[in-house]
Design a protein around this ligand. Sequence first.
Ligand code: SF4
Ligand code: SF4
Length: 200
Amino acid sequence: MTGELFIDPQRCIGCRACVEACSECSGHGGTSMIHLDDLARTATVQTAPTVCMHCDEPACAAVCPADAISKGPDGVVHTAMTERCIGCSNCVLACPFGVPKYDARLDLMMKCDLCYDRTSVDLKPMCATVCPSGALFYGTRAEVEDRRQAQPRNVFQFGDEVVRTKISYMVPAHHEQIRVTESAEVVRSVAEQCLEEAIV
Ligand code: SF4
Ligand code: SF4
């Protein structure tokens, strides 16, 4: 696997091509594993895609009592194994990025596995293949650093907790890491906070 996935929420135009492409994958039966978030709905039409960030130390796998989630040697955190997952939703609650979703129909947790059938043979994931604006870009770090003003960052600070990920967000170069803050009144996604950093 020579490429990496880079997310630039500022480039998202809300066309939903990524969602449609993801839901066409036969591996998850018509359900998209990519979520398109509407950010600050009352103030803007801005949207941003959310995929699994493939954490270096995945909280989802750490809390799974059935050992259903595994991380491969290439850093990809795989979706729950059907034969092991007991549908307890621990992973749904533990993920700092709000990624895994429990599918009651299948009694199974499902999440993005970085199109492993494609990326393991050096093909782009479906979402990055169809994204017309480069909000989802798959390539080498050198390529994205060379082409963009925003720079890739994959270190996130949630309170005292530092989370490193395989996937990067594009933010202004002066940010060495992305601080994710909490507020009792407003719930904001990581994408939304990255976007604020990019615009400020
Ligand atoms: S982003 Fe969430 S689902 Fe993905 S590896 Fe990290 S903890 Fe697991
Ligand atoms: S395909 Fe790209 S631009 Fe369109 S909604 Fe998805 S991320 Fe946004």
